[in-house]
Design a protein around this ligand. Structure first.
Ligand code: 5GP
Length: 116
């Protein structure tokens, strides 16, 4: 059993964090250190450490993450101007928290896609 991260505690509200969205599959909340003016994390309720651990049984959850991102982008008022969705995987991908999360980033013009 791979150890849970702080995100599981946020999902269960053992660490009180304002939730922007929650249903039976996913939860969304603001990043604690926003990199842009709108920076939201969308996470599966189930602890899946990395994209490498996703299976076919997670397809509904992974799809829900996208539809929730779309809904929240609209609520944030950034849908028309645009935004970026990012999921980092493992060290080279820059992953810090080993519970899959999709970054929803927007509210300003984003720079180059990659900085190496
Ligand atoms: P990663 O680098 O793993 O893709 O992104 C992890 C993100 O989680 C970072 O942007 C970081 O600021 C955010 N984060 C880490 N700990 C917490 C926390 O306790 N609460 C919230 N809301 N965000 C967190």
């Amino acid at each position: 059993m791979i150890e849970e991260t702080i995100f599981s505690k946020i999902i269960r509200q053992e660490i009180p964090t304002p939730l922007l969205y929650q249903d039976d599959l996913v939860t969304a909340f603001r990043d604690i250190t926003p990199k842009v003016s709108s920076h939201i994390l969308i996470v599966p309720n189930k602890h899946i450490p990395t994209i490498n651990d996703v299976t076919e049984s997670d397809e509904l959850t992974m799809g829900r993450m996208i539809t929730v991102a779309k809904k929240l982008a609209k609520e944030e008022g950034i849908d028309e101007d645009g935004y970026r969705l990012i999921i980092n995987c493992n060290d080279d991908g820059g992953q810090e928290v080993y519970h899959i999360h999709m970054h929803l980033l927007g509210g300003q013009r984003l720079g180059r896609m990659l900085s190496l």
